[in-house]
Design a protein around this ligand. Structure first.
Ligand SMILES: [Zn+2]
Length: 424
């Protein structure tokens, strides 16, 4: 593309390029950025030649990657920015608005870890996203679900047999009620979350680990309810549905109903994997979530029922994800951050490699495939001309040691939308 009026450009030099497409890294690569878009990417000499030919303005600024690795801004497709650890006594006593101020730090830690985009799986309202977009606070690009819809007694229902309630996603202005039963109830709940600003609809279609009265194997939402949820979201400009789904039968019912992504996917059999392949369903493993529940349990911060359920599920979980990946199911990186501390998200990549993905496959799951899971593959996820300038520079070779990404101090620079928002 030839520009008549050149904007100021930024040239990133002296790094090895991992562009998110999964190909061989390109050493001594350059990335040229104009405004908030990528203009050219590739071997240093070709980018310099294009500037010499007048296809872009000479760079107003150069960023030296100091021999580091240049990657697309990383994407976590399953976080809860407004949650960090579950401590019922603490959370029952915290003043309501404290969560918003705590989220400021969590969003900064997320950015410092190299994550420039998240899909929030429940608990974050439209005002938090607006605060980041308006520049009031630093944070990742967000795709919001607002809340997670659940049946009465399901994974999203915090009613306890004491008769008390601990609703993790208690309604407030901007956060609709998340409990829905029956076809009409489910239809109305979808309409309410969309009205509140949901860009993806989150449901719980099976039980889970952190809920008091259910089990991961329980099916939640009937086929009729799932069907109306998927259709109702689709009518609003093709909005997708993501489902917390752990037990095998609930996963199959979700995939058959046209759910876009299966979150956790703990128990997958061959039929479930075949259904996911046939429907093109994404799998978001969150391998870090049960591990983190156990780690925190050992430190004394989790309810006993949650630790017990997490231990029961870990082995089956790893096996399921490994088989699904080997069969060719699309795996998008997601952590359930909020269950674990925000900013530790990239431990997930080490776990993905431990179940049989190559380091490059884990990176593609965190870039290109994650962007596709959000439906934002035309804007983010790879370093290619025309995409938004979201990129990071890692100090160490992530292909040699994927776990080097775990430490935020190994992330030298984070750029979002053409703006450097973190340097270390
Ligand atoms: Zn979650």
């Amino acid at each position: 593309m030839v520009h008549n009026i050149h904007m100021a450009t930024i040239l990133v030099t002296n790094g090895t390029l991992i562009d998110g497409n999964g190909g061989v890294p390109v050493s001594n690569a350059n990335v040229l950025i104009e405004g908030n878009r990528i203009l050219f990417v590739g071997a240093a000499d070709t980018v310099v030649q294009r500037i010499a030919r007048g296809e872009a303005a000479p760079p107003a600024r150069t960023i030296d990657a100091h021999g580091g690795w240049i990657l697309p801004g990383l994407i976590d497709t399953h976080v809860h920015l407004m949650i960090e650890g579950v401590n019922i006594a603490r959370d029952m006593q915290a003043p309501f608005s404290l969560r918003f101020f705590e989220a400021v730090h969590r969003m900064r830690r997320t950015i410092e870890a190299g994550i420039t985009t998240v899909r929030d799986a429940g608990g974050t309202d439209a005002g938090v996203k607006a605060a980041v977009e308006n520049g009031l606070t630093v944070g990742p690009r967000m795709q919001l679900s607002i809340t997670a819809l659940s049946i009465t007694g399901g994974h999203g229902d915090g009613w306890m047999r004491s008769g008390r309630e601990f609703q993790l996603l208690a309604p407030y202005p901007g956060m609709p009620n998340n409990i829905a039963d029956g076809v009409e109830g489910a239809r109305k709940a979808v309409r309410e979350v969309l009205r509140a600003g949901a860009e993806v609809v989150k449901i719980c279609s099976t039980g889970g680990v952190l809920s008091p009265t259910d089990h991961p194997d329980f099916i939640q939402f009937s086929p009729e309810e799932l069907d109306v949820i998927v259709r109702e979201a689709h009518y609003r400009g093709g909005i997708k549905v993501m489902a917390h789904a752990q037990g095998c039968e609930g996963i199959k019912a979700s995939v058959r109903a046209g759910i876009h992504s299966i979150e956790h996917g703990i128990h997958l059999d061959d039929e479930a994997i075949d259904l996911m392949l046939a429907h093109g369903t994404f799998l978001v493993p969150t391998l870090l979530a049960p591990l983190s529940v156990i780690e925190q349990g050992e430190a004394g911060g989790m309810p006993d029922y949650a630790i017990r359920k997490a231990r029961e599920t870990m082995e089956a979980h790893s096996e399921s994800i490994a088989r699904a990946h080997a069969a060719g199911v699309k795996v998008a990186m997601g952590t359930d951050a909020g269950v674990m501390p925000h900013g530790t998200n990239l431990r997930e990549l080490g776990l993905m490699v431990s179940i049989g993905m190559t380091p490059m496959e884990a990176i593609v799951a965190t870039t290109k495939t994650a962007a596709a899971c959000l439906g934002w593959q035309n804007r983010i996820g790879t370093l290619e001309p025309g995409k938004l300038a979201d990129l990071i520079i890692a100090k160490n070779d992530p292909i040699k040691n994927i776990r080097s990404l775990e430490l935020s101090s190994n992330i030298a620079l984070v750029m979002k939308d053409g703006v450097i928002i973190h340097q270390s």
